[in-house]
Design a protein around this ligand. Structure first.
Ligand code: DQA
Length: 145
């Protein structure tokens, strides 16, 4: 069975509380539950991970390489816009990564327009809310990277 990893970065543990006008009222638990069910429907395995710490996220990305995950759905949160360490971690591993954002980062504040991580990802999905995560799993399953 193919297995995928869902990683959510900093502040995404605050979904449901955090800026609900931007991110909605559903929680990280809701998101992970939805994705577990979707993965089951698709006949694939899914592990979920969230951290607010850059080093823990780097370690998880490295571990995904050795654990031979078939793909990673990754919302890097604000790290998207400045973390070259996370970009390098994505580049270092032999696992395809799809970058996901709940909001449309290209129409928000200017500092959000740039993703330093996206160039190392196979796709970027933004502005589709929770549905974007499902689309990311579809992309990973459908394309044999
Ligand atoms: C986000 C967008 C980022 O700019 C922000 O820092 C986040 C969430 C999104 O999902 O829309 O934490 O990645």
């Amino acid at each position: 069975m193919k297995k995928y990893l869902l990683i959510n970065g900093p502040n995404l543990d605050m979904l449901g509380v955090r800026e609900p006008d931007v991110y909605g009222l559903r929680t990280l638990d809701d998101l992970e539950q939805m994705m577990r069910e979707y993965a089951k429907e698709k006949g694939v395995g899914l592990e979920c991970f969230q951290s607010n710490h850059e080093g823990a996220l780097i370690d998880k990305l490295h571990a995904a390489h050795w654990a031979k995950f078939d793909g990673i759905i990754y919302n890097p949160g604000a790290h998207t816009h400045y973390s070259y360490a996370l970009r390098d971690a994505v580049a270092a591993i032999n696992v395809p990564v799809v970058e996901v954002h709940l909001s449309d980062i290209s129409t928000r504040e200017e500092f959000r327009h740039v993703s330093v991580i996206a160039p190392e990802c196979v796709a970027q999905i933004k502005g589709k809310g929770f549905a974007g995560y499902k689309e990311a799993l579809d992309v990973l399953i459908e394309h044999a990277y």
